[in-house]
Design a protein around this ligand. Sequence first.
Ligand SMILES: Cc1ncc(COP(=O)(O)O)c(C=O)c1O
Length: 326
Amino acid sequence: MHLTTEVLERPEHAQAPAHAAATVRERAPAPSRSIEVPAAQPQIWFDGKFISTDAPEAPLTTHAMHYGTAVFEGIRSYATADGGAAVFRLPEHLERMRKGADMFGIDFDVERAGRAVLDTLRANGHRDAYIRPLTWMGTGSIGLDVDPLSQHLMVATMAKVVHLGGARTRLTVSPWKRNPATSLPPLKLSGAYVNSILAKREAKQRGFDEALFTDDKGYVVECTGANVFMVKNGEVTSVEHRDALPGITRDTMIALSGAASREVTLHELLDADEVFVCGTAAEACAIDVLDRRVFGDNPVTRELSALYAQVVRGQDRGYAHWLTAV
Ligand SMILES: Cc1ncc(COP(=O)(O)O)c(C=O)c1O
């Protein structure tokens, strides 16, 4: 199947050989034009040019590969009723990414990254998509001083979303603790996600879908890639914790539900009528079990989930300001 996209900036060096890629500087893009894009071969935006998904671009001495010195985002676009698509809360995602990039001294241009996101969606003809920008420290030294290193940015878009998949989720309390904010800021720094990966792996080995982080005092923190909410007697509460990522979906759900945001103990969570977790990839996922606690029906989660689905697809004009047209 071939899709026609309206605008694709494809610089003339789009087919540059792999060995040249690490040193390629962004060049002025060629004039926009309509182009036939094979949907089966997605392109990745890399430092201002499009390359094929499987092109080997990062040298083996890439600093980020050794130390996790990279920052990523997970963003989504949705098909809209007018036949187009829109990215949900793009400026907020890129602003969080900028904060992460600042931690490493990466010069992150929000405007340029925003253009790259939209151009990649257009190039791939993607409407319902998961968007993965990544900025990273490249080559120049293998030491821990990042100043001499090259800096890079890529954007990939994928038609498939990978986290939790909207199904009712089996959750378990992790024996691992979340990275404390006093050691690692709750931002999307790639290296920090080893913590999530260990917890997820351990949970899956015990037959669960997802891990719940709690702190030493018994307060709920978050999941490996999602924030936590509970419903008790019809009241929605969003779990707040300084070690948790300030999720954009969390912020959205608070706005849509009027949820209170406060610290919540594991004991309270187990006593709730409904628990759900949310994130860009997961959207809102009802929790089926939390260790031995089995939750029943989840009408409030269902209702909020349905409202969220309308908002992200532009069906509720009251929230149109959260959408960036592709
Ligand atoms: C650790 C963690 N918590 C929460 C979230 C949810 O954040 P958001 O709603 O901004 O996607 C994510 C997803 O990015 C995450 O990785």
